[in-house]
Ligand binder design. Sequence first.
Ligand SMILES: Cc1ncc(COP(=O)(O)O)c(C=O)c1O
Length: 453
Amino acid sequence: MPMNRDAIPTVLRCAVTSRELPASPQQDDQPLDVERLREGFPALQERFDGAPAVFLDGPGGTQAHASVITAMTDYFVRRNSNTHGCFATSERTDAVIDAARRAGADLLGCDPDEVVFGANMTSLTMALSRSLGASALGPGDEIVVTRLDHDANVAPWLLVAEDIGARVRWIELDPRDCTLDLESARRAITPRTKIVALGYASNLSGTVNDLELLTRWAHDVGALVYVDAVQLAPHRLIDVRALDCDFLVCSAYKFFGPHVGMLYGRRALLQPELRSREGAAPRLRAYAVRPADQRWETGTQNHEGLAGATAAIDYLASLGGHGDAAPRRARLARAFQRIAAHERRLVDALLDGLADIPGARVYGITEPAGRDRRVATVSLRIGALAPSTMARALAEHNIFCWDGDFFAVEPTRALGFADDGGFLRIGAVHYNTVAEVERCVGVIAALARRESA
Ligand SMILES: Cc1ncc(COP(=O)(O)O)c(C=O)c1O
């Protein structure tokens, strides 16, 4: 029987619509078809006071792809249960979790048993840092954190250091372009270092850090490397094996999925019974109830969120254009090449446009030769204009951007704006267009002109 769309709630209408979308929107060897893929994001079709919005708030959270909404709705309709039962919905729930673990492994470049799910990156990091504190740290040991990171990859380590009596050392940022100061990294990483916590991409400046180098330095002194990849995940392919990190975390709501956190842990660390085969590693204490088949996942997971996370990863893979036969990891690799190429155009439009606004100062890499070392997350200030005033003015034009410190507490303080409103942050992802970015820059330019008149 045909469905009367007006009789069902908006969210289900989105889900119905998504079933009618083409399965694979990309052809091989073509740039991203952004106009077409935008049709798959219900929020981009939504009207706010009668007009569509420009979503330049991606670093705070991206819009969900329709297939994600469908998968989550489908979970509740056809699979909703707890795990390991002998009946259909429970068996389907087990399959949803297994599928999510396989999808997470393809996204991160690891094996499914190295993927741990949790509420979000912050909760996973709080839990893991506590385990590392109890297992791998003693008084006088050292933890290295950076001045560029989101507080979710700083505060948990400060708290653990305080609990254990460990010492915290800092990798400073270079305020000229918001890159990490490698000299200070050299000094911070010492033979006493046990953990180095690094951000992959800054949620303030968009800087992509040279983690291969820093991971090597950390491993040279026998330290474990914990990577926050929350801001990199929507923009670039993550490869934990190539990076050789020990842990890496990200969040599906930053890559077009639901609010679910995902952690990679090297097998020898997550599963101590395999230690002897895979080399020396500390026996990590997991804070888990008895019995727990996945020691690192506490309580009942967000099953509908896991179904949505799998759909988000499949959506990203569909941008790879290899067709369904190629392995998902290969399609993801191609997808992220296309995403990076499109986002480079967005970065150029944004930075070149802002460079023409008198008084605008961007905090991050700006010179064209360095722009591949950043993602499309741009924080700025203009003279004495309050960032909140700029964000409100943009919102009046239905352009959604964040202002403040975005929990990048240390960098905002280091740059001198902790008590002065922080920054205006414009964050583009692959569903944004150059026209949207230019519209945003146009509104900011008009504001700047009004301010200086
Ligand atoms: C770089 C970075 N790390 C960590 C987080 C925290 O992620 P979650 O909300 O999943 O805890 C964020 C959120 O904005 C972030 O941008």
